[in-house]
Design a protein around this ligand. Structure first.
Ligand SMILES: C=CC1=C(C)c2cc3[nH]c(cc4nc(cc5[nH]c(cc1n2)c(C)c5CCC(=O)O)C(CCC(=O)O)=C4C)c(C)c3C=C
Ligand SMILES: [Fe+2]
Ligand SMILES: [Fe+2]
Length: 341
């Protein structure tokens, strides 16, 4: 059958409105096969790797997927949630969706969550909303800063699912929110509370964002500009000079130049300048994941100590804390204007 018909067989959304939270995705397990399957889907996305598939696929299916799943699998094993046997990104995304669902239950709005790569697939989550009786869907990519490699590909995947439907719901998408006051307040509140609880006073609070190939930004991706806006707003909210909270980019992949300065070289050079106590905040991630917990929480922590650093603190992401859910609820209600009440 060319087009699917999904009927409202389990009507639990009296308003007819549904919210779909979409995150990046994560492997189902930490073994070679599960990580390979995840990375193969992720790194085959043409929004992620813009090179021609004729050139890229032999490299991906050859050396990259022969080696990377072992290295990444070992990193996932270091952060894996034993209770639930799952990746932290999955645990936090589900918790955010459940908390948001509780906020919207009185409005008769259904909330589901999906992953751009892996499961639950965006198409499965949309089908669940349709079965629950939704005829209008608000698609909410969980990225504070826009990038074609994250926000746009998440939206693409939702539209791709709609392309298969005989009866399409109406759809709206939530824009990025790099300097929304509630987002900045939530980050500032979390930094203040975590710093107050530390047994040492950091000499620097390094802000580390996920990186992006530099040429994607040169071709017009607004990601770097949005990261700069987030950090400028955070400097103002915390009344900190720029040099006290520098902007850096982590998670470089492949040989090309990515956005700079890179986090690890900047942080490991600090002890030689007499800066041996640091905290790291990661305002490009709404939920803790391999990039925050392992790349920063393990690899960077160890590298900083090896370079002579004495104290290192990782400030957790907002995850499913009340300020994070307040933010998601406010953004969703703003975009639902005219659809509710
Ligand atoms: C060319 C490769 C990549 C681009 C471009 C990229 C952009 C990008 N990614 C995030 C957020 C996350 N990335 C995560 C993991 C991750 N990212 C890449 C590569 C690119 N990301 C890889 C290969 C991986 C997998 C882990 C590894 O093998 O190193 C994650 C965490 C996933 C998890 O399971 O925990 C997040 C979140 C952003 C915001 C972004 C562009 C701005
Ligand atoms: Fe990434
Ligand atoms: Fe990484």
């Amino acid at each position: 059958m060319r087009f699917l018909t999904v009927r409202a067989t389990e009507p639990t959304a009296p308003s007819g409105v549904g919210i779909l939270l979409t995150n990046l995705g994560t492997p189902e397990g930490t073994g070679y096969r599960a990580v390979r399957r995840y990375l193969s889907e992720f790194l085959s996305d043409r929004r992620i790797i813009e090179a021609s598939p004729a050139l890229w696929q032999p490299i991906l299916q050859g050396p990259v997927l022969a080696l990377r799943p072992r290295r990444s699998g070992a990193a996932y094993r270091r952060i894996w949630h034993a209770d639930g046997d799952e990746s932290p990104l999955r645990t936090h995304t589900r918790a955010q969706a459940r908390a948001l669902a509780a906020r919207f239950a009185p409005d008769g709005v259904a909330v589901e969550w999906g992953m751009r790569y892996g499961t639950p697939a965006v198409a499965t989550a949309i089908a669940a909303l349709l079965r629950r009786g939704c005829t209008r869907i608000l698609h909410f990519p969980l990225y504070p800063q826009y990038s074609a490699t994250t926000t746009a590909t998440a939206n693409d995947q939702a539209f791709r699912a709609l392309m298969r439907l005989r009866n399409q719901p109406a759809i709206r998408t939530v824009p990025s929110f790099p300097d929304h006051p509630l987002y900045i307040d939530a980050l500032a509140g979390s930094v203040r509370a975590r710093l107050a609880a530390l047994p040492f006073a950091p000499q620097r609070i390094v802000a580390s964002f996920h990186g992006l190939p530099r040429d994607y930004v040169q071709r017009g991706d607004s990601y770097a500009e949005e990261c700069t806006r987030t950090l400028a707003a955070l400097h103002r909210a915390l009344d900190l000079p720029e040099e006290m909270m520098p902007l850096t980019y982590q998670s470089r992949f492949g040989p090309a130049r990515w956005l700079e300065p890179y986090t690890a070289p900047l942080v490991t050079a600090l002890p030689a300048q007499g800066i041996t106590r640091v905290a790291v905040i990661m305002p490009g991630f709404l939920a803790d994941c391999i990039e925050t917990l392992d790349e920063i929480g393990h690899e960077l922590r160890d590298a900083f100590a090896a370079a002579g650093g004495t104290d290192f603190a990782l400030i957790p992401c907002l995850n499913a804390t009340d300020p994070a859910i307040d933010l998601l609820e406010t953004l969703a209600r703003q975009e639902l204007s005219g659809w509710l009440g």
